[in-house]
Design a protein around this ligand. Sequence first.
Ligand SMILES: Nc1nc2c(ncn2[C@@H]2O[C@H](COP(=O)(O)OP(=O)(O)OP(=O)(O)O)[C@@H](O)[C@H]2O)c(=O)[nH]1
Ligand SMILES: [Mg+2]
Length: 339
Amino acid sequence: MSGRQRHEPTVEEFVEGIRSGDRRLLSRAITLVESSRPEHEKLAHEILDRCLGSGGDSIRVGVTGAPGAGKSTFIEALGLHLTDAGKRVAVLAIDPSSSRSKGSILGDKSRMEQLAARPETFIRPTPSSGYLGGAAPRTHETILLCEAAGYDIIIVETVGVGQSEIVVNSMVDFILLLMLPGSGDELQGIKRGIMEIADLVAVNKADSGRQAIAELSKADFEAAMRILPEKHSGWKRKVLLTSALEGGGVSEVWENVEAFAAAMQRSGEWGEQRREQLRHLLHAIAEERLKREFYNTPQVKAATAQVERQVLAGKLSPFSGALELLRAFRRSVGSDGSF
Ligand SMILES: Nc1nc2c(ncn2[C@@H]2O[C@H](COP(=O)(O)OP(=O)(O)OP(=O)(O)O)[C@@H](O)[C@H]2O)c(=O)[nH]1
Ligand SMILES: [Mg+2]
C-alpha cells in the first residue's frame, strides 16, 4: 500500500473490527458490499463469508408505509425504547422516496438524531440513487454484517409504494405497516398487497386529542385485515394505535413483536422463514451474477448488436434472437452452442 492511498484494511482487520463493534469499519464493509467494482466485490465476499452465522438471536423488523406516515420518527422512538432496555439497534433504510426532494430519510425530520447519538446504535441510510456502479441495494448482506457486529435488533425502513417492501419481506422476520388515521378506505396510496405481508398494522399519528378519528381508522383496518389470507398460521395480526411523536403505543408494538417471535419460535416457523430467506438470497445472487456474466461475455457482446438489429427489423423473432445470444454464450463456455 502506498502512503498516498487510504489504508485498505485486510479481511482480518475488517472481520475483527466488525465483530468488536467498530462502527466505522462496519460502515466501510457495507460500502464494499454495495459496490460493484470487482476488487470490492471480492473483498466483500470474503468478509461476508467470515461473518456468517452470527444472527441466531437477532430480530429483524421491517417498517413500511406510505411516504410521510412517520416511519423514521417511529423507528427513532422504538430505537430509543430498545436501547433504554439495553439492546443494540441497527437501522437500515432502502429505497427512501428519493423523488420527493432530498426529504425521506436524509431529510431534517428523519435523521434520527437522538438515536444516532447513542453509541449502541448504528444507522445507515441508503438512498436508492447514487449506488456505486449502480448496484442494487444489498440490504440482506448488510443485515448479516450488522448481526456479526452484535446488533440485537435490525430495523429496515422502506416506503410501501413500490417493490421494496416485497424485497424487504424476503429478509426480515416481522413487518410493521404504518398507516395514517382518517382514510382507511382508499388505503392511502399504498399497494393492497402490502397489507398481506404485514404482521402488525399501526395507525400512527394517533396523538392525544386525535384518538377518536384514529379509533375509526383502526376499526376500518381491522375489517380489511380480517378478509386477507393469513400470513403465518397461529399468528393473529392486530391493529394498534401509535403516536411516534409522543411515544404512544411504542412499547405495545414491541411487545407484539416479541409475542410474534415467541410464537414463531415455538412453531418452528421462525427458523423455517430464515432458511427460506437464505435460499432466496442464494438464488438472487446466482441469477444476478449469471446475468452479468452473460452480458459481459465477449461473444455475447459481439453478437448483441447484430441480433438486436435483426429483431428490430422484424427479420428475427425475439425468441430466436434470444436463443442466438444463448448460443454465443454457450460457445464461450466451451459448449458447441447447439441445443
Ligand atoms: N403529529 C404527529 N406527527 C408525526 C408523527 N410521526 C411522525 N410525524 C411527522 O410526520 C412527518 C413525516 O415523518 P417521517 O418520520 O419523516 O415519515 P416517514 O414515513 O419516515 O417519511 P418518508 O421516509 O419520507 O417516507 C414529520 O414531520 C414527523 O414529525 C406522530 O405520531 N404524530
Ligand atoms: Mg423516513
